[in-house]
Design a protein around this ligand. Structure first.
Ligand SMILES: Cc1cc2nc3c(=O)[nH]c(=O)nc-3n(C[C@H](O)[C@H](O)[C@H](O)COP(=O)(O)OP(=O)(O)OC[C@H]3O[C@@H](n4cnc5c(N)ncnc54)[C@H](O)[C@@H]3O)c2cc1C
Length: 567
């Protein structure tokens, strides 16, 4: 089934819903006019439709493999990477001084989402490079930036992120990789990293690893970690790949999905590395990359949802079964329910993602701390709800196909398998929810309250035209405010954490309703108002049960002992 890039959806969301006009009105992003943005999205969409989408199935059928220590990527992936690189899609938001396009993150996020919908496995490669580019821009020395950034942005070299070790997954502070100063400004990095996405490839001249490791005088836990740039080939005096560094891919993981993306066990044996940022401040530097990647992974979920929706819709339009006006299953009420759920949630998740990116752009363009706080608040919601929507939509898409969804030929099952990991990597969705109710509420819930004020103000104004939609949005927001106040008042963090996932999902439901309401007002007689009506009537009410759950506290969760759970 061919992929169709949803350009008009982005144009509508950017033009009317997520505040992109404010971004384009800043001096920094003044060149991002609607015409320019539409042209960029159209060009990227064409590449996704024509180059990347045809690689989706071959990557699944012919996973990356390791042959005598040499990594071989899936058929066609080298050409796919070339098209991504030549289109300039890796350095889209990169600093123009180093070869980037300097575009708003909002535009990059839309392009990344399209690439994810077309071929998730391959898209993970440029996503890793983009995160590394941002981390280096913020934290690397001028020498490192001058050498690495142009190569990463052009796609001659690629980037990875290396946090995870067998005993250090969610608890990154438990890592044991070590770094020793060499006395010449470089370091020797030793340790094993697991699950490293795109740890190697056969289409770039060099692969640059950002590796977290501890210096001899590094304190235990996250406070004592430093970040190092460790290239596969050590650049020579001309900046070209020179001798091989002391690192290798030990093996590749066999996975449920995402087969085209090589997930590597990496071994570093005194590999030469360069410090990025300050000693012992590696987590702060890595967080730049992780926040970029969290938005990106939320976008992967949204992209997978779009791909799965398009597949399911095409099938429903063709499959004849039962007596319906059209003769096909699309006229069965339950099939309609599935398609409407998919489409309405997809709109909500995409709007949250783009609003998150727009807040990042506003923070960058204005330096205003409120925008930075808004972006920080939205990031865990975007990551968790985007990926959850990807999983749910892919699962529902499979159901629309009936038995044909369970067999592999239709591709419905691949979306389901591929997207599953997005809820796990880049901080599991549970960890995202804890971040939302923990770190992101350390301001006493102020950033959340500001956002809820805006949503209520908007709903209040919308009452005059669409009271039946605006009323439920206002009421849901008020309930969310009460739950937020309850959460912030909990001194026992376990009480907050117990309800964190439910709270995050309720927050996302309310945000989704807010953006649907804006859409309904912008397109009062069109399909977007009808979709908004469905979302607010059928999807939003979930918030009430979720908020009840968010406030149960930890008591009942621990009522059964571990032994009783096992009995
Ligand atoms: C395909 C794939 C690609 C990946 N790519 C990369 C990569 O490129 N670079 C990289 O560094 N890593 C990568 N990862 C690793 C990924 O980020 C980790 O798997 C993830 O962070 C979870 O760590 P873990 O697997 O050790 O699970 P664990 O941390 O053991 O978690 C197990 C369960 O316990 C929960 N849990 C753990 N701690 C807590 C806590 N404090 N509070 C509440 N719940 C908790 C988790 O939410 C989860 O449900 C990848 C993983 C996969 C599968």
């Amino acid at each position: 089934m061919p992929y169709r890039a949803p350009i008009s959806d982005y144009e509508f969301l950017l033009g009317h819903v997520v505040g992109f006009k404010d971004v384009a009105a800043t001096e920094k992003f003044a060149e991002a006019t609607p015409d320019v943005v539409s042209a960029i999205l159209t060009e990227a969409g064409k590449m996704c439709e024509e180059v990347m989408a045809p690689l989706q199935r071959p990557g699944d059928l012919h996973p990356a493999r390791l042959e005598n220590g040499v990594l071989r990527t899936s058929p066609g992936y080298a050409d796919g990477w070339k098209a991504i690189a030549e289109g300039g899609w890796i350095g889209m938001s990169g600093d123009p001084e180093y070869g980037g396009m300097g575009l708003p993150m909002t535009v990059t996020t839309a392009v990344n989402e399209m690439m994810s919908a077309a071929c998730l496995s391959l898209q993970l490669a440029p996503l890793m490079s983009q995160g590394q580019i941002e981390a280096l821009e913020h934290h690397a020395s001028e020498e490192l930036k001058a050498l690495y950034l142009p190569k990463l942005m052009s796609g001659e070299w690629s980037g990875t992120m290396n946090l995870t070790e067998p005993q250090a997954g969610s608890d990154v502070g438990a890592l044991t990789s070590k770094a020793e100063p060499n006395g010449d400004g470089t370091y020797s990095v030793t340790g094993q990293k697991i699950y490293i996405s795109w740890g190697d490839n056969d289409f770039c001249e060099n692969v640059c690893h950002l590796v977290l490791a501890r210096l001899p005088d590094g304190a235990p836990g996250t406070k004592g970690i430093s970040l190092f740039l460790v290239p596969k080939y050590i650049p020579d005096e001309n900046g070209n790949p020179g001798v091989a560094n002391d690192l290798k891919v030990v093996s590749l993981e066999h996975k449920m999905g995402l087969h085209g993306s090589p997930t590597c066990v990496m071994q570093y044996d005194g590999a030469k590395g360069w410090l990025v940022g300050q000693e012992h401040k590696g987590m702060a530097a890595m967080f730049t990359m992780m926040n970029n990647a969290r938005l990106g992974v939320g976008g992967q979920g949204v992209g997978a949802a779009e791909g799965a929706y398009q597949h399911a819709l095409a099938y429903a339009l063709e499959r004849k079964q039962g007596k319906t006006p059209s003769g096909t299953i699309i006229d069965h009420a339950d099939v309609r329910r599935m398609l409407m759920d998919m489409r309405a949630d997809l709109f909500a998740a995409r709007a949250i993602m783009l609003a998150n990116a727009a807040a990042i752009d506003m923070a960058k363009a204005t330096g205003n701390a409120d925008w930075a706080a808004r972006a920080a608040l939205l990031t865990p919601i975007c990551k968790a709800f985007g990926t959850q929507t990807g999983m749910r939509v892919a699962e529902t898409g499979l159901q629309v196909h009936g038995g044909m969804g369970y067999v592999e030929e239709t591709g419905a099952a691949q979306f389901y398998r591929d997207v599953r990991v997005t809820a796990i990597y880049e901080g599991t969705n549970g960890i995202q929810a804890m971040d939302l109710v923990g770190r992101k509420m350390m301001d006493g819930g102020e950033a959340a309250a500001r956002l809820l004020d805006e949503i209520e103000d908007h709903a209040e104004r919308a009452r005059a035209t669409v009271p039946e939609l605006a009323g439920p949005v206002w009421e849901a927001t008020e309930s969310l405010r009460e739950a937020t106040e309850w959460l912030v008042a909990q001194e026992d963090m376990n009480n907050r954490f117990a309800g964190a996932v439910a709270y995050l999902n309720a927050f996302a439901r309310v945000l989704g309703a807010h953006y649907h309401l804006i859409a309904a007002l912008a397109d009062p007689d069109g399909p977007r108002a009808k979709l908004a009506r469905y979302y607010i009537t059928a999807r939003l009410p979930e918030y009430a049960g979720l908020l009840d759950q968010a406030q149960i506290g930890a008591g009942d969760l621990f009522a059964l002992s571990a032994d009783e759970l096992a009995a």
